[in-house]
Design a protein around this ligand. Structure first.
Ligand SMILES: *[C@@H]1O[C@H](CO)[C@@H](O)[C@H](O)[C@H]1NC(C)=O
Ligand SMILES: *[C@@H]1O[C@H](CO)[C@@H](O)[C@H](O)[C@H]1NC(C)=O
Ligand SMILES: *[C@@H]1O[C@H](CO)[C@@H](O)[C@H](O)[C@H]1NC(C)=O
Ligand SMILES: *[C@@H]1O[C@H](CO)[C@@H](O)[C@H](O)[C@H]1NC(C)=O
Ligand SMILES: *[C@@H]1O[C@H](CO)[C@@H](O)[C@H](O)[C@H]1NC(C)=O
Ligand SMILES: *[C@@H]1O[C@H](CO)[C@@H](O)[C@H](O)[C@H]1NC(C)=O
Ligand SMILES: *[C@@H]1O[C@H](CO)[C@@H](O)[C@H](O)[C@H]1NC(C)=O
Ligand SMILES: *[C@@H]1O[C@H](CO)[C@@H](O)[C@H](O)[C@H]1NC(C)=O
Ligand SMILES: *[C@@H]1O[C@H](CO)[C@@H](O)[C@H](O)[C@H]1NC(C)=O
Ligand SMILES: *[C@@H]1O[C@H](CO)[C@@H](O)[C@H](O)[C@H]1NC(C)=O
Length: 883
């Protein structure tokens, strides 16, 4: 890939060079030429025209100097939705010193030909779609002071020749795909003020030692970039440093003890998420300038000195997930500007003092899982900006102060697992409270009825206390997603609508509660029960045999459909079955409980396995709380999906829906999902089976992309959505849910629930339209899982894409990523599959193969494995496409 980009560039460079020197053009013509290669879809450059009444020095983005003569010195075309090509013709403007093309859609290799702009000092190409490697003769940009290439798709190594750009003051290569070791190139870059190599997660490097000699450096941003090794004492030479961010690397060792007193200009200091240890940097507040301090998720121990109270400007203090002990510094609680205090998961002792009321800006406190012992101070209730207070798993005792929820923005309170006693005060002022957990304390008295008036309360956990009285009827009006009052001493009847759909275990341990589903029926229950039975509906009771196969052979696509207009306690339900299922909505709803749920809830809802009265098993996916399209449109969309007939795509048997919930009924597959299988520690599928799975999935996707009408995108390919039948034949499920829930909801759910999933193609974040190439990328990730035997994502470790990319850049790295559980005799096939997977997960969408090409490539690998015959029809026409 690397060499491919470099040569054509050099060629164009030479070409441009000749061109410039052969022509002397008017600046106006030069600008028009430059514009000619740019695509300006929004017409922002309309003033740039030969017929324009406006002088070109007044055109959008142009600045001129007037002395000694009128000439263009700066072009700023930032954020104008431009694409097309950056032409070197602009270098004919001999006095051009600043070129800013940031925040556009230029999609090309690094425009090396701009090095012909002999006066260029600032080049800002940030946030485009620039790809390829940094060419090694980059020193041609000899006069550059500011070089910003951040937020593009630049890959490969950082070349040593950058060290020859001696004038550089700002070097920003952040948020790219650079990899490998960072060479010692900073010895001559003595003017550097800003160095940003952050968010290049494929770098594997120590921080070059010459960085610590850059004594003019003010910002050093190396976060999330695979740096390892220790911080040398020479770091204290960076006297002018204001922002130091080394977070999310793999740094080890301690922090030099003199750091606090030496780096006197520090405003932001972040070394979180490394493996640093030792004690807290003493003296770090001696100049009072520090605003952000983050040491979280390391191995720091010892106590935090009281001198922290000298940090008068401190806003954020984050020391969570360390081994700190001793009394938590009292002075921190009354800092005038403090907004965030995070200290959870340490071994702190001590108290929250009444003086916390002075922290008038405090927004968020998280101190869970420590050993604080004190009362909850009244002062906390006086802070008007507090929205989160989380202090579970400590030794807080005494009564809750009556004002503890008085902050008008309070939204999360967690005081579970403490030793609080007394009654729960009435909560009237915190109208934004979403979550209240007071579980496992010794609270007594009643559940305050005022909880019913908190409009957005969603999670309420009062379990394991000594609460008495009845459950307030008013709580029925809330949309509680969690309501746990187990193990108290509550009495009386349980409002049915409050607990329907919630596990019965949330009520247990209250022997005197009565109601449906509980051991005790209430005295008035007989009547209630009858009403329920009458109004519950049956839908589509089809008395045909369950003969799916036969129906298919007959070939008729039959829709069994009835809808009912009566109301019931569980809402108005309509159902459409594409197969004769002997099941009622009531059966479905009753059957869908914790016991029948499988796997963890997916992004769009949970899956339940139900046994029908006929003995057949079906999988039911519950899509809840989606504002749904009209019943007719919905039926049309699901019908479209249900008509798909492909052996690698799960069949939709029918669906039921109410106003806000859809149950999609799928065929049941006994082996569960590939994702679950890979997750098991004993995952051990033979290579030939894995290859067959890969080919099956690829065929299913190729069918959706090319064969089926209308053409569909899956949009959620991942190993969890690949089910296996008894013969390990894979079937894709959860496909094209966008058509069911509608694009806006699909989009917002995906981007809120899994914005950083490694199955998402890199363009997922900014691309407006979903594409086949995004499915191909996700498929590539699944293929990587099959080749490596690693789960795509597990906890905090590297996802499989990053892990493989880091390894394959090393000599013989490709062999290291192959699943060691598979015998060497399959190595050639596995390497072939790895190669396909790497192409599918290419950062540049255009470089990814189509699914049809993938089917063919994978199939051609499998000469030794016994493969079934290939099934692609639409793929034939694609035959000429290069692979
Ligand atoms: C601008 O117009 C002049 C005369 O109208 C013409 O000679 C010149 O080629 C035009 N320049 C461009 C870039 O179109
Ligand atoms: C640009 O516009 C300003 C004010 O609109 C005007 O004073 C100035 O003369 C124009 N410059 C040129 C070179 O036409
Ligand atoms: C760029 O285009 C997108 C949609 O294509 C639009 O949302 C955005 O506002 C545009 N930006 C500008 C600066 O016009
Ligand atoms: C533009 O550059 C030329 C030489 O390339 C120089 O003679 C001239 O003074 C410069 N003009 C300005 C305004 O800087
Ligand atoms: C480059 O442009 C981006 C986008 O406007 C901006 O955020 C960034 O600060 C600029 N880079 C430099 C070094 O000024
Ligand atoms: C610094 O510059 C000198 C001469 O210009 C060169 O020989 C040397 O290799 C450069 N050092 C680095 C680290 O680039
Ligand atoms: C950190 O380093 C350890 C060993 O030195 C390695 O096993 C681990 O994968 C590294 N983690 C990351 C995120 O690079
Ligand atoms: C402090 O951190 C916040 C985000 O956590 C950031 O927005 C702000 O710019 C930081 N302040 C400084 C001075 O770095
Ligand atoms: C802190 O950790 C270091 C090394 O991990 C250890 O030597 C030291 O005794 C610990 N100090 C405390 C107070 O636990
Ligand atoms: C509840 O009260 C009883 C005595 O009335 C006491 O023994 C028990 O420990 C209390 N339970 C809790 C969880 O506080």
């Amino acid at each position: 890939m690397a060499t491919f980009c470099t040569h054509p560039l050099l060629f164009s460079l030479i070409f441009t060079f000749l061109f410039i020197h052969g022509t002397v053009s008017l600046e106006l013509d030069v600008l028009l030429n430059f514009k000619a290669s740019i695509e300006d879809s929004k017409n922002y450059l309309s003033s740039w025209s030969n017929t324009s009444a406006i002088h070109y020095c007044n055109w959008t983005g142009i600045s001129c100097t007037t002395t000694p003569s009128l000439t263009v010195v700066s072009i700023n075309l930032q954020s104008l939705n431009l694409s097309g090509e950056i032409s070197s013709s602009v270098c004919e403007l001999r006095n051009l010193s600043h070129l800013n093309l940031a925040d556009n859609f230029f999609n090309q290799p690094i425009p090396l030909h701009l090095s012909q702009c002999s006066s260029l000092e600032t080049l800002n190409l940030s946030n485009n779609l620039i790809w390829g490697t940094i060419p090694d003769p980059i020193f041609l940009f000899h006069s550059l002071r500011v070089f910003d290439l951040s937020r593009n798709h630049v890959e490969g190594k950082i070349p040593e020749s950058i060290g020859l750009l001696k004038e550089l003051q700002v070097l920003n290569l952040g948020s790219n795909l650079l990899s490998g070791n960072v060479p010692s190139i900073f010895g001559n870059l003595t003017e550097l003020v800003v160095l940003d190599l952050s968010q290049n997660s494929y770098l594997v490097s120590e921080i070059p030692s010459d960085v610590w000699k850059l004594d003019k450096l003010e910002q050093l941003l190396l976060q999330s970039s695979g740096f390892h090794g220790e911080l040398p004492d020479s770091i204290v030479g960076l006297q002018r440093l204001t922002i130091l961010d080394l977070s999310q690397n793999n740094l080890t060792g301690g922090i030099p003890q003199t750091l606090g007193s030496s780096l006197k200009s520090l405003v932001s200091f972040d070394v979180s998420q490394n493996r640093l240890l030792g004690s807290f940097p003493e003296g770090i507040c001696s100049r009072k300038g520090l605003i952000n301090l983050s040491l979280h998720t390391n191995l720091f121990n010892g106590s935090i000195p009281d001198s922290i109270k000298e940090c008068l400007n401190l806003e954020k203090f984050q020391v969570q997930n360390n081994l700190f002990s001793g009394d938590f510094p009292n002075g921190l609680w009354s800092l005038p500007k403090i907004k965030l205090v995070r200290a959870e998961n340490n071994r702190f002792t001590g108290a929250i003092p009444e003086s916390v009321a002075e922290a008038a800006q405090l927004e968020q406190v998280q101190i869970d899982n420590n050993s604080f012992t004190s009362k909850i101070p009244q002062g906390l209730g006086l802070i008007k900006s507090l929205y989160r207070f989380s202090a579970s798993l400590n030794g807080f005792y005494g009564a809750l102060p009556p004002n503890f929820c008085d902050s008008p923005v309070m939204s999360i309170i967690n005081l579970s697992h403490n030793s609080l006693s007394g009654e729960i005060p009435e909560l009237k002022k915190c109208r934004k409270l979403v979550s209240l957990s007071l579980a496992d304390n010794s609270l007594t008295g009643k559940i305050p009825p005022s909880l019913s008036d908190l409009p957005v309360l969603t999670y309420l956990d009062l379990s394991d206390n000594n609460l008495t009285g009845t459950i307030p009827q008013g709580l029925q009006n809330l949309k509680l997603a969690l309501f746990n009052v187990s193990f108290n001493k509550l009495t009386g009847s349980v409002p049915y609508s409050l607990v329907s759909g919630l596990p019965a275990s949330f009520l247990q341990g209250n022997p005197e509660l009565c109601g449906p589903g509980l051991p005790n029926l209430c005295s008035d229950d007989q009547q209630r029960h009858q009403t329920f039975g009458l109004t519950t509906l049956t839908c589509a009771l089809i008395s045909l045999a369950f003969a799916v196969g036969a129906m298919l052979i007959v070939g008729g696509f039959i829709v069994y459909h009835r809808s009912y207009k009566q109301r019931s306690q569980i809402g108005l339900w309509r159902s459409v079955f594409f197969y004769p299922l002997r099941v009622t909505e009531h059966d479905l709803i009753i059957g869908m409980d914790e016991k029948s749920a499988v796997g963890s809830p997916g992004i769009f809802g949970r899956v339940y396995i139900l046994s029908l009265p006929s003995g057949e098993l079906v999988a039911v996916k519950k899509l809840a709380n989606f504002g749904i399209q009209s019943s007719k449109a919905l039926k049309g969309e699901i019908k479209t999906l249900a008509k798909i007939r492909h052996k690698n795509i799960v069949k939709i048997l029918g669906f039921c829906h109410s106003d806000d919930t859809i149950f999609l009924i799928y065929e049941f597959l006994e082996k569960g999902s590939l994702g679950e299988m890979i997750r098991r520690p004993d995952f051990h599928l033979q290579w030939s089976v894995r290859l067959r799975i890969a080919i099956g999935v690829a065929q299913g996707l190729a069918y959706l992309h090319k064969d089926y009408m209308p053409r569909l995108l899956h949009r959620n390919v991942k190993s969890k959505n690949i089910l296996l039948d008894g013969d390990f034949e894979p079937k894709l499920t959860d496909f094209a849910l966008d058509r069911i829930v509608g694009e806006p909801i699909f989009h917002s759910t995906m981007s809120s629930e899994s914005p950083f999933s490694c199955y998402n193609a890199p363009e997922h974040g900014f691309s407006k339209k979903p594409t086949e190439q995004m499915d191909v990328y996700s498929f590539g990730v699944v293929l990587l899982e099959l080749v490596t035997g690693r789960q795509a994502e597990q906890g905090d470790s590297l996802d499989v894409v990053k892990w493989v990319r880091r390894k394959v850049n090393i000599t013989n790295g490709a062999f290291q990523v192959l699943d060691p559980k598979i015998s060497n005799s399959c190595q050639q096939e596995m390497l072939g599959a790895l190669e396909v997977a790497l192409r599918c997960t290419s950062v540049v969408p255009e470089k990814r193969p189509s699914m049809c090409e993938v089917v063919k490539s994978l199939h051609s690998l499998g000469s030794r494995s016994q493969l079934p015959s290939i099934e692609y029809t639409a793929c034939e026409e694609d035959h000429s496409a290069s692979i």
